[in-house]
Design a binder for this molecule. Structure first.
Ligand code: NDP
Length: 294
C-alpha cells in the first residue's frame, strides 16, 4: 500500500511555483495576484481564506483580501465583483462560499468574469471542462488529478466510483475521471444519498473517491482488494483525548481500509493541501493567460 502524500506533493509544487515567480520577476514582470472576497465572520470561511492568503505569501504571489460585513447588500457585493473583474492588477479572484442567506450565490458566481474565475465554479469554466477544452478546473478535483499523475496511479479502463455529487467536488470529479485523458478514461459511477446498495457499487470499483462529509462511513468490507481510495471528506469529530477537543476525520475508516488498498490518501495531509496549491496553480495560469488561448 502506498500513501498518496498530498502534503509532500503540495510542498514540491510550492517550490516550483516559487521558482516560476522568481523567473517572472527577473523578466521584469509582476508576480501573480489573487484576490479573495470574504463576507461576514464565519469561522471556517475565515480559516480557509487566511490559509489561501498565507499560501500566496509563501509562493511569492500578491494577495488582496476584501473583507465585507455580513449585512452588505447583494448589489454592493456585485459591485465589488465587477470592480475586480476590471482591475488589471488582479489576475484572478474568489468569493469565499457560503454567502449569507440574503445573497444569491448563483448570481454572484455568474457575475465573475470566467477569465478570472480561478475557483472554476462559473458555468463557462464548468462547460469548457465538460467539453474537454482548457478551463480553470475546480481546485479539489484538479488537486486529485495532479496527485494521480504524480504517483502514476493507473486509471485507464478502471471502474471509478465517486461518492457525492456536489458542484464543486463530486460532479466535476466524475467528469475528469471519465474524460479521454491519460489520468482519466475510467468508467464512472456517480453515487449520492439516494444511491441504493452503495456497498455493491464500491466492491466493484478499482478507484473510490469519497466526497460526502460523513465521518468514516466507508469501511474495509466495502472496498475491493487492491483498490485506490481518495478521501476528500473532512469533518470535525469530538475527541476528548485531543487538546483542542476534536480530531479531523475523513469519509473513510482509514486504518482498516488502508490494509486493502494499493493507494490511499490520509486525512489530514491528503486532498486538503492539494486543493490550496491547485488554486495557486490556477492563479499562475491566469497571470500567464494560459487558459483562454484555445
Ligand atoms: P456536499 O455536502 O455539497 O455534498 C455531499 C454529497 O454527499 C451530496 O451529493 C450527497 O448526496 C452525498 N451524500 C450524503 N450522504 C450520503 C450517503 N449516505 N451516501 C452517499 N452519498 C451521500 O459536500 P462537498 O462536496 O462540498 O464536500 C464533501 C466533503 O468534502 C465534506 O466533508 C467537505 O468538508 C470536504 N471537502 C474537502 C475539501 C478538501 O480540500 N479536502 C474541499 C471541499 C470539500 P445528495 O446530493 O443526494 O444530497
Amino acid at each position: 500500500m502506498q500513501i498518496l502524500d498530498g502534503k509532500l506533493l503540495s510542498q514540491n509544487i510550492k517550490k516550483e511555483l516559487h521558482y516560476e515567480v522568481e523567473n517572472l520577476k527577473s523578466a521584469g514582470k509582476r508576480p501573480p495576484h489573487l484576490a479573495a472576497i470574504l463576507v461576514g465572520n464565519d469561522g471556517a470561511s475565515e480559516t480557509y481564506v487566511n490559509h489561501k492568503v498565507k499560501m500566496c505569501k509563501e509562493v511569492g504571489f500578491e494577495s488582496t483580501l476584501v473583507r465585507l460585513d455580513d449585512n452588505i447588500s447583494e448589489d454592493f457585493l456585485l459591485e465589488q465583483v465587477s470592480r475586480l473583474n476590471t482591475d488589471d492588477d488582479v489576475d484572478g479572484f474568489i468569493v469565499q462560499l457560503p454567502l449569507p442567506a440574503h445573497i444569491n450565490e448563483r448570481k454572484v458566481t455568474l457575475a465573475i468574469d470566467p477569465k478570472k474565475d480561478v475557483d472554476g465554479f462559473h458555468p463557462v469554466n464548468m462547460g469548457r471542462m465538460m467539453l474537454g477544452m482548457s478551463a480553470y478546473l475546480p481546485a479539489t478535483p484538479y488537486g486529485i488529478v495532479q496527485m494521480l499523475k504524480a504517483y502514476e496511479v493507473p486509471t485507464q479502463g478502471m471502474h471509478c466510483t465517486v461518492v457525492g455529487r456536489s458542484n464543486i467536488v463530486g460532479k466535476p470529479m466524475a467528469v475528469l475521471m471519465s474524460r479521454n485523458h491519460q489520468f482519466g478514461n475510467c468508467t464512472v459511477t456517480l453515487a449520492h444519498s439516494r444511491t441504493q446498495c452503495l456497498k455493491d457499487h464500491l466492491l466493484q470499483s478499482d478507484i473510490v473517491i469519497a466526497a460526502v462529509g460523513r465521518p468514516e462511513m466507508i469501511t474495509a468490507d466495502m472496498i475491493k482488494e487492491g483498490a485506490v481510495v481518495i478521501d476528500v471528506g473532512i469533518t470535525r469529530v469530538d475527541d476528548a483525548s485531543k487538546k483542542r477537543g476534536y480530531r479531523l476525520a475523513g469519509d473513510v475508516k482509514y486504518k482498516e481500509v488502508a490494509e486493502k488498498c494499493s493507494f490511499i490518501t490520509p486525512v489530514p495531509g491528503g486532498v486538503g493541501p492539494m486543493t490550496v496549491i491547485s488554486l495557486m496553480k490556477n492563479t499562475l495560469k491566469a497571470n500567464q493567460n494560459l487558459v483562454y488561448t484555445s
